[in-house]
Structure formats: C-alpha cells, structure tokens
Design a protein around this ligand. Structure first.
Ligand code: DGT
Ligand code: CA
Ligand code: CA
Length: 596
C-alpha cells in the first residue's frame, strides 16, 4: 500500500518530475526486476539509486540545467543516468512500462506482505498461474498452495490472511504517508485571497492510522473562487467533481481530496460534520433530536434559529456538551463523558520530554550515536534512551555483550561532555520463543532500562504467545514492552495475544507498555491504550527512531496517544529525567517471579 501511490504512469509533458518521482520509478523497477527473477545485483543497483536520489539535495532537472551529468551522483552509473534523463524528458521510462506489462507485475505490491519474498511469489506464479493478489487469495482459500514444495498448510493460512488484509487495506494509506500532501494543500489554499481558513478534517484530523481520502473544509465568502483555486493545485491529476461549494480531485499520486467551502459563520458545524466520524455525528444527531434540535453541516437549529457559530465548541455547547477533541470522535463513550463533564484533558503536542526507544548505526539505524543525540536535542527533547537490537536479531546486526559494553562506554563519554541532556543506556532485547531474554541478566543489570520486544515466532498460538510475554515481564530486568502486538499495517496482522491479561500482568510487575509511533506500527492501538490507562499502566510514547529525522514521529505518537484518551500523567516520557530515572530504576532488579 505504501508503494502503490507512486506507481501511476507519468503523463508526458504534463508535470515536473521531482527527485522523489525518479526514486519511486527506480524503486518500482527494482521490485519488478526482483519479481521476474533478475540478477540480485541489478535489483540492488536500482534500490541504492532510489535511496540516493530520495535524499539528493538538488532538484535533478536544475542540476542538469547547471551543466552537471547524473553519473556524477554516487550510485548512479551511465545506464541509470540515461534513465533519469529519459524520465525527465519523456515523463516515462520505457523499461518500466515494459516491466509493468509482465504477467507477474500485479503481484509486486505483495512483496513483503505476510513474509512473501520475490522467490516465493514467483513460485506461486509459475506453479499456480497466479497473477494478481485476488487470485492468490483464491488459491489460498482453495488450498492449492499447501501442495507446493516449501509451502505447507501453515504458510498457506498465513498467506491467505496476509493477502486478505492487504486487499482490505490497499486502497487506504498510512497517515504519515498523506501528511506531506495534507500540509502542502493547507499552505497552498491559504495563499488564495478567497480562503480565510483551511482545515483538513475527516479521518486525517482524527489521526486514524490509515486514511482513505483527505477532506478539507475551507471558510470563504467567495466560494466559487476558492474552488477554482483548489482545482488549480499543481499536483492535481484529475478533477472528479466540481460545483460552486464543493469539489473532489485526484492528486498525481492517486490520493483523492474532497473540499467543501462554507461561510465563516457555519465553520463550527461544518468542521464537526466533516471531521466525523460518521458514528460520532450520527450519535450527536440522535441526541439533538431528543432535545427538539436539528444538527447538520450548517449549524444546530431550534426551528429557524442557529445556536452554533464559527467555533466547534459552540456546536457541542448547543447540545450541553463540552468540546470533544477530534481524536476522540469515534462514538466510543466520548459523548457520555462530555455530557458528564469528565472528558480527560488529553496529552498535548509538546508534552513529551524524552524518547525511550532509539536506534543507532551500531545496529539497523542510519545515524551515529552523536547524530541521534544532536537530532533529539534539536527536537527539543531532554533525554533519550539508546535501545539498539540484541544479538538474536541477525538482520538488524544485533549487539552482543561486548558490543553493548562498548556502546555503554561511548554513551558515558558523550554524557560527560554534555549539559542539559542525558542519554540513557538501554537495549531493545529480543524476547525469545520461550519468553527468556536474548542477553543474560548479568548484562542487563548494568543498563538504565530494558525494552523487550518480540521479533520472531510471531505466529504462535494465542496461549503460547501470551505466556511467552508474561514470562518476559517476569524477568527482574524488564522495563518496557515494545510494540506489543507486532502488527505492521498493510503487511502483518497483530500477534494472537490476550492483551487484557498482559496489561494486568504489566501492572503487577510494575512494567510499562510502549505506544510505538512508527507509521506502520501504531502499537499499542487506541483500545489498548485505554486498557492500559484503566489499569494504571504508564505508556511510553516512542519514536523507534532509526534515522535523525525520525524524532518527528513523536508528534504523530502524541496524536495516537490522544486517540487512546491518554493524558499527560498517563504517559511515562512526559516526566522529567529525574522522575523517569526513578520510575525506570524500579523496573531494574525486582524480585524474580514465575508466571501464573
Ligand atoms: P476515510 O476517508 O475512509 O479514512 O474516513 P473519513 O472519516 O474521513 O470518511 P469520509 O472521507 O467518507 O468522510 C469524511 C467525513 O464526512 C466523515 O468522517 C463524516 C462526514 N460524512 C461524509 N459523508 C457522510 C454521510 O453520509 N453521513 C454522515 N453522517 N457523515 C458523513
Ligand atoms: Ca476521508
Ligand atoms: Ca471523503
């Protein structure tokens, strides 16, 4: 789902080709070559080039206009330079157009879904003539996969589930993936004299993990001019509908955007209506009816009189409710809470003081210790915990005892030379299949915190998987359970787990749970955050940063925490370094216990 957006045919001459378009094209060529069984070095060449171009500081067309040649760029040889030139000049790469015609191309989106690699996808294609995700699902359901060599009933079941999930979600995009478009559109709309205010409403404003389309409300006294400005947005590919107060467009990456122009006085009601959710606004309307009122996108009416004004608060006030934060509007008890006046005061953006899950290039991160520290300080944090992977995670180049000790020395050194910021020593230790941890307690005890996570054997049956985690929490050195369900949105369903039991156990053991803010994880999800809150288990909102830029994820994490009704007090890393230090110290060296 993340890649599908970049995979539209470019229209010759119609748009400027940006670096990320070139990167997306190379990425896609890499995927398709891999699927058709090309030499792995060729595949890697395209992927390396894509990564290089995505971060390349100069706009490629300008770089060329200045007389440079593309093969001056590292990772770009003469062949790839020619392809960049072709894309810039003609708006397409012939090789890519041809690759897309291959019978197997429609399966490219399934790479990585449910652990399917190119080799296994090719086997499925060759043995069963599967050409599309839908056909793969049908093959799994008809039990035709289990007969194949190197597949079996279990992997058939996993493939069926993962492809089903993929098909349900593939028309949706990750929140973080649409954020750049949402931000750019608001900025663009604000430039029109006809627009006084522009807000992205819908599921985006509610900070849903995935978004179907963007819904924008603009206030304007000249709606026709506002609409004209909107459809003229340079990244619009097609206008789907256009009227005097509304329009829908499709952007060049395939994302749909609906826009509504309303008079400034109706802004409150329009925002409530278009923020939704449908369930929330349906419940509001039902409540209004009981009081002889009518709520719609224009206001709250008693007869002809509109009780609402430009603010959303006025809409809720007209129904005797306190204002409900957008992230809570899902009809999951928030209306009752607003009626009683006991809505939680949600954690605010800017409340986080530190980040307790950060990687470096010692394992699979892309920033050095010093770079991650500098980026965290620049992001306004007061502390971070370095939590690189442990030895069991081979692909992540996990740390063994010696390398961990070396990292701890490096952290001591960096702390010694720094004021007003502190680096905590941690590890993201693998929880092994039997619930033991991947490093001995004699090593863990020297750290400030232990973050534990499951990275293998994700398909254990529910009772076994639950016991595994309970056992891990029983370890005397265990601070925070990272991304508890292991889900990857669009790729992998959550593990089978008894979460209420795990949360209760975390409370008994004095451990904390993580809300991992990685766009694909959002794990804990909203419902689990609320369970943790009810049990009094503090939640760490963590970036899981693998790159200096990733601390930006914390802001999304706060949005997700708000969706889970968390307050400042419910979140571990809103606390000062001194307080966090005390709370973490209590998780290090408790009396051991065996699981019940
Ligand atoms: P999405 O786009 O699937 O991620 O989810 P939403 O919530 O953004 O839904 P969308 O785009 O269909 O509509 C945006 C908001 O507009 C929705 O949250 C509530 C409102 N809305 C749209 N159509 C209707 C409708 O027929 N009835 C009600 N009650 N509300 C609607
Ligand atoms: Ca929407
Ligand atoms: Ca919509």
């Amino acid at each position: 789902m993340t890649k599908a957006s970049a995979k539209r045919d470019a229209e010759p001459g119609k748009q400027a080709v940006h670096n990320r378009d070139v990167a997306a094209a190379f990425e896609e060529i890499g995927d398709l070559l891999e699927l058709t069984g090309a030499n792995p070095f060729r595949v890697r060449a395209y992927r390396n080039a894509a990564a290089r171009l995505r971060d390349w500081p100069d706009e490629l067309s300008e770089w060329q206009a200045q007389g440079h040649s593309f093969d001056e760029i590292p990772d770009i040889g003469a062949d790839l330079a020619g392809k960049i030139d072709e894309l810039l000049k003609r708006g397409r790469i012939k090789q890519l157009v041809e690759l897309r015609r291959e019978k197997i191309a429609a399966l490219a989106g399934l790479l990585h879904v449910g652990g399917l690699g190119a080799k296994r996808l090719r086997t499925l294609h060759e043995a069963l003539d599967v050409r599309t995700p839908k056909q793969l699902l049908v093959a799994a359901q008809a039990h035709r996969i289990r007969e194949l060599p190197r597949f079996g009933a279990t992997s058939e079941k996993q493939i069926g589930e993962a492809v089903g999930l993929y098909l349900r979600q593939s028309s949706r995009r990750l929140w973080c993936e649409v954020k750049p478009d949402a931000t750019a559109l608001v900025e663009y709309l604000g430039k029109s004299a006809a627009v006084s205010k522009a807000v992205v409403a819908g599921s985006y404003r509610r900070v849903a993990a995935t978004v179907g389309d963007l819904d924008i409300v603009v206030t304007s006294n000249q709606s026709a001019a506002a609409i004209r400005h909107f459809v003229a947005y340079p990244r619009v590919a097609r206008v789907l509908a256009q009227g005097s107060t509304r329009a829908s467009v499709e952007l060049k990456n395939g994302l749909q955007v609906d826009l509504r122009a309303v008079e400034p006085a109706a802004c409150g009601a329009a925002l409530v209506y278009f923020t939704g959710s449908r369930e929330h606004t349906v419940a509001l309307r039902g409540m209004a009816r009981g009081r002889g009122l009518k709520v719609n996108e224009y206001g709250v009416f008693r007869g002809e009189t509109n009780l609402a004004d430009a603010s959303e608060a006025s809409v809720y006030a007209a129904l005797d409710l306190s204002e409900i934060a957008p992230e809570m509007r899902e009809n999951r008890g928030e209306i009752l809470a607003a009626e009683r006046g006991d809505l939680p005061v949600l954690i605010a953006h800017g409340d986080l003081r530190g980040d307790l899950h950060v990687h470096t290039d010692a394992t699979d991160g892309r920033g050095s210790l010093a770079e991650m520290v500098a980026a965290a300080r620049a992001a306004g944090l007061a502390y971070i915990a370095i939590t690189d992977h442990s030895q069991n995670l081979r692909i992540g180049h996990g740390l063994d005892t010696t390398r961990l000790a070396r990292q701890c020395d490096a952290i001591d050194k960096i702390n010694a030379g720094m004021r007003g910021f502190r680096v905590l020593k941690g590890i993201e230790v693998d929880i092994l299949e039997d619930g033991s941890l991947d490093l001995p307690n004699s090593v863990l005890e020297r750290l400030d915190l232990v973050v534990g996570a499951v990275h293998s054997a994700l398909h254990l049956p529910r009772a076994k998987q639950t016991d595994r985690i309970l056992r891990a929490l029983d370890n005397p050195y265990f601070s925070i359970l990272a991304h508890p369900t292991g889900r990857l949105i669009g790729e992998r369903p959550p593990c089978e787990l008894d979460m209420p039991r795990i949360i209760r156990h975390a409370r008994e053991r004095g451990c904390f749970l993580e809300l991992n803010a990685h766009a694909k994880r959002c794990d804990l999800d909203d419902a689990h955050c609320r369970m943790a809150k009810e049990q009094g288990v503090l939640v760490a909102v963590s970036s899981d940063a693998h790159h200096p830029d990733d601390f930006g994820q914390l802001d999304f994490g706060v949005g997700r925490a708000r969706r889970g009704w968390l307050t400042r007090a419910d979140v571990l890393n809103t606390r000062s370094l001194a307080e966090v230090g005390k709370l973490l110290a209590r998780t290090m060296g408790r009396s051991p216990r065996t699981a019940k």
